[in-house]
Design a protein around this ligand. Structure first.
Ligand SMILES: [Fe+2]
Ligand SMILES: [Fe+2]
Length: 293
C-alpha cells in the first residue's frame, strides 16, 4: 500500500477527555478517552472525533473550553465498545447538529460485553448508544471489520487478526453471551487508526485490547511503512502481569525513535517503565494536551 497510501502534511491531536487534566486549565478529567484528530493533506482535510469519553456533558464542556466546535467534526471513529470510549456518542451527535454523521466502528460493537471482576457489570455500548439511538441522534453507522482509507495518509486498521504470542488474549477478562451461553470476549472490535506523515506512521489506539504490539505490527504490515513516529492512546496494561509489561516495553523499545503518548488504561507500572526506557520520548496524556506532527 505504501505507494498509493499518500501522506499527510499535518496532523494535530487534541486530547478532549482523559483520566488526568492539566493544571490550571478548568478542564475536567474523567476515566475514558476522546481525541480530536485534525488531518490535512494539501487542500483535503478531515476532523475526526476518535472516541467520545463516557458521557457527553464533560466532553462538550471541554471542547468548548478548548475552542473546538462539534459542528466541525467530519466523522466519529470508535476504537471499541467500552462505555468510557463510547458513552458520549449520542449526546455529541445531537450537539453537532448534523444528520448522517459517519460513525465508524467494528460490526460487533453492539454485542453484550461483561466484566466479571471485581463484580459483574456491563461495560459495552448499552441502550443509550444502540444503533437506533445513534441514528436518531444524527449518526450513520459504518460497521467495518476491514481497513478503509479515509483520505490520503489516513487509514482505519480493521480487525487485528494476527497477534504476537504474548498478546493472544486481552489483559482484562471479559465475557459475552451467545445463545444463552457465556463465552470469553476476545475484543475483536478493538480497532485503531493509522496516519502517514513524511517522517513515518502515527498509530492511534483507544485501549489496545488487541495488544499494542500487534496493533503496531498490523499498521506496518498494512502500509508497508516500517518507521513508526509515534504511538498514541491507552495500552491497557493496568492489570497486566510483570512479564507482559516487560515484553511490551521491550518490543516498543525495538522501534527506533518512536515517541509514546500514553495514559488512560496503561497503568502506573507500565508508564514508569516506559518513562525509564523512552525518557523525553515518553509523554503522559492528559486532557487539554495538544501535539502535532
Ligand atoms: Fe478505556
Ligand atoms: Fe477498553
Amino acid at each position: 500500500m505504501a505507494d498509493d497510501f499518500g501522506k499527510l502534511d499535518q496532523l494535530e491531536i487534541t486530547v478532549l477527555l482523559e483520566d488526568c487534566a492539566g493544571y490550571d486549565t478548568g478542564l475536567a478529567a474523567q476515566h475514558g478517552l476522546s481525541l480530536l484528530i485534525e488531518a490535512r493533506a494539501g487542500k483535503t482535510g478531515r476532523n475526526i472525533l476518535f472516541d467520545t469519553g463516557q458521557e457527553a456533558e464533560t466532553l462538550l464542556r471541554n471542547m468548548e473550553l478548548l475552542g473546538k466546535d462539534p459542528e466541525n467534526v467530519d466523522l466519529v471513529f470508535l476504537s471499541h465498545c467500552h462505555y468510557d470510549h463510547t458513552g458520549g456518542l449520542t449526546g455529541f451527535l445531537k450537539a453537532s447538529g448534523k444528520s448522517r454523521l459517519p460513525v465508524i466502528c467494528h460490526p460487533d460493537s453492539h454485542r453484550l460485553n461483561l466484566a466479571l471482576k471485581p463484580a459483574f457489570r456491563s461495560i459495552g455500548m448499552g441502550p443509550a448508544n444502540s444503533p437506533g439511538a445513534i441514528e436518531a441522534a444524527g449518526g450513520e453507522l459504518v460497521p467495518l471489520s476491514q481497513p478503509l482509507q479515509l483520505m490520503a495518509g489516513v487509514l482505519t486498521s480493521g480487525e487485528i487478526e494476527d497477534k504476537v504470542p504474548f498478546e493472544s488474549a486481552p489483559t482484562l477478562s471479559m465475557v459475552t453471551c451467545r445463545e444463552g451461553k457465556m463465552e470469553p470476549d476476545r475484543m475483536a472490535d478493538d480497532i485503531a487508526m493509522i496516519f502517514n506523515l513524511p517522517a513515518g506512521l502515527v498509530v492511534v489506539t483507544g485501549c489496545s485490547h488487541a495488544g499494542i504490539i500487534s496493533i503496531i505490527k498490523n499498521a506496518i504490515r498494512l502500509t508497508g511503512i516500517k518507521t513508526v513516529l509515534a504511538v498514541v492512546g491507552g495500552f491497557h496494561l493496568v492489570d497486566a502481569d510483570d512479564e507482559r509489561v516487560g515484553l511490551t516495553v521491550e518490543a516498543l523499545g525495538g522501534l527506533s525513535s518512536v515517541s509514546i503518548y500514553t495514559g488512560h488504561c496503561t497503568g502506573l507500572k507500565a508508564e514508569a517503565k516506559l518513562l525509564d526506557q523512552f525518557g523525553e520520548r515518553f509523554k503522559k496524556l492528559r486532557t487539554g494536551m495538544k501535539f502535532s506532527f
